[in-house]
Design a protein around this ligand. Structure first.
Ligand code: ZN
Length: 267
């Protein structure tokens, strides 16, 4: 059991799998238990607004707003006009004294599906990296089967840092990212029986650069794999991280919490 507060650095409470359930789960299983903070992460301009609306209801829920490489496939406006709209939403939010926006994301590349327009993904990714620089915000990067191109994008924008979420790349790439100021986030995948490679990567990343997350509603940790995930289950990822690092679960929770605070709130 973990008594320290947990920081879930990546979740999607607007997802339809949470329809009619989000508030109950957030009250009872998340903020009602030992989850200290949650970053609710948008994936297009429509759900960016829903994300914000949800965060408004919870003192300790913040948002990352962005356009996901999968979502961008279905957008008909130009990348320039979609990203201009994203900027407008963020600037409008930043005028409030209780602004919720702490990052741009999720953004990146997704090469998993056949037929996706990779050039379009690159345009969206690049424009949002430039926006992050302009607004001095960290980014949440989605890297699915696109490690090299994601790393290249990070290299091309040395003044922008952030987190590679639900990390699936190599130890070498993680090390190079850390050197350049990036953080590495591990999801419930860390607990999967067949994920020895991800645990090896976690072993090699310095503790002060590791975040934990759920990617809820997806990627529920073992023994809940395949079920609806929520931030309360971040605990299982923290316990596995503690085993990998040879520290106590409470230390894993406390250190990853401090790391997330540093990345999202100390700029
Ligand atoms: Zn996500």
């Amino acid at each position: 059991m973990i008594t320290e507060k947990l920081f879930d650095s990546h979740a999607h409470y607007f997802d339809e799998r949470f329809d009619g359930l989000a508030d109950k789960i957030l009250c009872e299983e998340v903020f009602g238990k030992n989850v200290g903070k949650v970053i609710n992460v948008g994936t297009n301009n429509e759900n960016n607004l829903v994300c914000l609306e949800q965060a408004r209801k919870y003192e300790n829920m913040y948002v990352a707003l962005g356009i996901h490489p999968e979502d961008c496939q279905y957008l008909e406006e130009t990348p320039e006009s979609e990203v201009a709209e994203l900027e407008r939403i963020i600037l409008c939010e930043r005028e409030r004294s209780d602004s919720k926006v702490v990052a741009i994301g999720e953004i990146g590349y997704d090469f998993h599906y056949e037929g996706f327009d990779r050039e379009k993904q690159r345009e969206y990714f690049e424009l949002q990296m430039l926006l992050a620089k302009k607004l001095n915000l960290p980014v949440c990067v989605h890297d699915r089967e696109a490690h090299g191109p994601c790393f290249d994008m990070a290299l091309a924008h040395p003044e922008v840092t952030g987190v590679f979420h639900s990390y699936s790349g190599s130890s070498e790439m993680a090390r190079e990212l850390v050197k350049r100021g990036w953080y590495i986030s591990f999801s419930g995948v860390l607990t999967f029986k067949n994920a020895a490679r991800v645990r090896e990567v976690a072993e090699s990343v310095p503790l002060d650069r590791i975040l934990i997350e759920t990617d809820a509603p997806y990627l529920a940790p073992h023994p809940f794999r395949g079920q609806l995930n929520h931030s309360g289950l971040t605990e299982y990822t923290a316990i596995t991280l503690a085993e990998v690092k040879g520290i106590t679960p409470d230390e894993a929770a406390r250190i990853t919490y401090e790391n997330a605070e540093r990345l999202f709130f100390a700029r």
